[in-house]
Write a protein that binds this ligand. Structure first.
Ligand code: HMG
Ligand code: MG
Length: 298
């Protein structure tokens, strides 16, 4: 059955901006994060502590975290690929981090320069330290519905990596369609296989909208009770190590659909759309979200 409410994990400031070719000004990043909090988002992925050589756009994450107006009741999270990333996050007083690996060896190698097994080994001390400091850890499994390098990805591998992350202490695993190739039955089947092993309450979804399937895929997963969904305002996004990976599911589209289904999110759609217009204006574009376009035309 569908959930009564959905927790939206807003990844726009991180997944949305990490692939922007020009460095986005600090002020625009800070304004975006504060506007998202004002719109009612309770979980905002604000940046990442990865190598600045690999992802230059995220090099100012510490400055961003120092400049935002941290709202009570809002959780700000960042990506941390290794212990160094966690240490940088801890120094910023962050309450949650996310580790990321994949169900595809080829992608893991291109994205974090190691094997899947090595990535999990790196996460062990990271998660132990995070938990000792009271910092929650979320996990991502990329290429859950397909890989830009190897194509098909076995469901068993997605399940195996998700279980490993959970066993290590991740409170939630986000089943990620990095390149947006999934379609609803497959999205539901893979997510359901993961949920069966790690628990529905630990299962989140993260769908890119490359082929326009993200919203349909989310609906298929709501039908099995998934209640934690990642999205990016204005449909920003893409992964620098997944060619052709366009934006994430737009948060405006997600909220509009959930409103229509009577599923609670706590997000104010008009304020959210305004946040999307402001950041895309700063980037010299308009929002990719259909809902945002429709609201702007009203
Ligand atoms: P490496 O080169 O193998 O690692 O990179 P290294 O340990 O040899 O470090 C190389 C340099 O990076 C060193 O500096 C380190 O100090 C530095 P140097 O000595 O050369 O001056 N370094 C760091 N600096 C800052 N913060 C750190 C850090 N770690 C090392 N945490 C590494 C390995 C994992 C670091 C690198 O591959 C990396 O940063 N990868 C990140 C790639 C990335 O951010 N991808 C996008 C996010 S994932 C995604 O978008 C998918 C997701 O949205 C879900 C989905 O859609 O599928 C989550
Ligand atoms: Mg992503």
């Amino acid at each position: 059955a569908r959930p009564a409410s959905v927790r939206i994990v807003e990844v726009g400031p991180r997944d949305g901006l990490q692939n922007e070719p020009g460095i986005v000004p600090l002020d625009a990043k800070v304004a975006l994060i504060d506007a998202l909090a004002d719109a009612g988002l309770k979980m905002i992925e604000a940046g990442s502590f990865v190598s600045p050589k690999w992802v230059p756009q995220m090099a100012d994450t510490a400055e961003v975290l120092g400049a935002i107006n941290r709202r009570a009741g809002v959780r700000y999270t960042v990506l941390a690929p290794n212990l160094k990333g966690l240490e940088l996050a801890l120094a910023c007083g962050i309450e949650e981090v996310a580790v990321f690996t994949a169900a595809s060896e080829a992608f893991t190698s291109k994205n974090i320069n190691c094997t899947i097994a090595e990535s999990l080994e790196r996460f062990t001390p990271l998660i132990d330290l995070a938990r000792a400091r009271g910092v929650a850890v979320r996990g991502y499994v990329s290429c859950a519905l397909g890989c830009p390098y190897q194509g098909e990805v076995p469901v068993a591998k997605v399940v195996e990596v998700s279980e490993a992350l959970t066993a290590m202490g991740c409170y939630e695993v986000s089943v990620s369609d990095t390149i947006g190739v999934g379609t609803p039955d497959k999205a539901q089947a893979v997510t359901s296989a993961v949920a069966e092993r790690i628990g529905l309450e630990r299962t989140a979804i993260h769908f890119h909208d490359t082929y326009g399937q993200a919203l349909a895929n989310v609906l298929a997963c709501l039908d099995i009770g998934v209640a934690s969904v990642d999205s990016a305002v204005a449909g920003l996004g893409g992964c620098p190590y997944a060619k052709g990976a366009s934006g994430n599911l737009a948060t405006e589209d997600l909220v509009y659909m959930l409103n229509g289904l009577g599923i609670e999110t706590g997000v104010d759609l008009d304020r959210l759309a305004a946040a999307g217009r402001a950041i895309t204006a700063a980037l010299g574009r308009t929002p990719a979200s259909k809902v945002a376009q429709a609201l702007a035309a009203k």
